[in-house]
Write a new protein. Structure first.
Length: 318
């Protein structure tokens, strides 16, 4: 049995690494554009996850199905996982990083954290999952905290041109749309994983499907060449690509591994709550990078939003 505190430490580490990775991706999305960022990140993550899953098959008895799960996944489960890749990976990332370009990683990430609320509502509507009074209170508190931050005008990074209200609302809208896509992907993933599909294989399948949708679309619209130029280029392009490799490793790979450790070593609600600290951890990270601290209202709103998320995640524990 894992030592006491292993799951909690892994969950906190996940939140910290995802915050750093998100900020690096935010920098790259401004430099390269959201489309180019995603076009490059998907094959990198597929190679890394493919190597990870392959090692688990060769050395640890892994496979398509999780250990102890009988049979093989049904076509319906595979379709659900594939669709979760379209919504929860391709569409979600495109919307999120498009929003990041406009309002920055801190605000976009906080708005996207509402996916916890949206997922709970979708689970209630389509999966028969209970929310309860504590869950409803958590939803209201979290939504209020996010709304308070969004209404704060101090969301522009230092040195940037002040945003108009219309541009800021567009960025927030894109981040919220990414939360909707992420929640839809999570519900679809849950349906696929319910049959015992190995989580690593599921993550790999989702990314492969996302790339299968995104790359052909980019080829047809002429967006693939700028991404290839980054790989073939030198100077700044080469530095951007190395930065992307680092961010892809510490976030989607190491971060996901630590999140699986956390879920396996502590209660799911506790793990989800601590991992949900990502919008809090990104406050100092973004401040150091952008050289501008958010307003007290923004910090307080993020704390209120986290309290609501925690109440929602821990409603079955309290």
């Amino acid at each position: 049995m894992p030592a006491f505190g292993t799951g909690e430490l892994a969950a906190l580490s996940t939140a910290a690494l995802w915050a750093v990775s998100c900020q690096i991706h935010a920098i790259l999305s401004r430099r390269l554009g959201a489309h180019t960022l995603i076009l490059l990140r998907l094959p990198i993550c597929i190679l890394m996850f493919g190597a990870w899953w392959g090692a688990s098959v060769l050395f640890f008895g892994g496979g398509i199905m999780a250990s102890g799960a009988p049979g093989s996944p049904s076509p319906l489960a595979l379709v659900a996982l594939a669709l979760s890749g379209v919504f929860g990976v391709a569409l979600c990332d495109l919307l999120f990083y498009s929003g990041v370009v406009l309002v920055g990683a801190r605000v976009a990430l906080l708005v996207q954290s509402l996916s916890t609320v949206i997922t709970a509502v979708l689970g209630y509507l389509f999966l028969g999952e209970a929310i309860g009074p504590l869950g409803i209170a958590g939803i209201l508190i979290a939504t209020g905290g996010v709304a308070w931050v969004v209404g704060d005008g101090g969301t522009v990074p230092e040195g940037a041109v002040p945003l108009s209200r219309a541009v800021r609302l567009r960025g927030v809208g894109l981040a919220f749309a990414s939360a909707l896509a992420l929640s839809g992907g999570m519900v679809l993933s849950k349906q696929g994983l319910a049959e015992g599909v190995d989580p690593l294989f599921a993550a790999l399948l989702r990314m492969v499907v996302a790339m299968g949708v995104f790359w052909p679309t980019a080829m047809l619209t002429g967006r693939l060449r700028p991404a290839l130029d980054v790989v073939r280029g030198d100077g700044q392009n080469r530095r951007n690509f190395r930065l992307l490799l680092m961010a892809s490793f510490i976030g989607p790979v190491v971060g996901v591994w630590l999140s699986l450790v956390a879920i396996g070593a502590t209660q799911t609600g506790i793990a989800a709550t601590l991992i949900g600290l990502e919008p809090i951890f990104i406050i100092p990270v973004a401040a150091l990078v952008e050289r501008r601290w958010p307003t007290p209202r923004a910090i307080a709103g993020a704390g209120i939003a986290f309290a609501g998320m925690a109440l929602l995640c821990l409603r079955n524990v309290l």
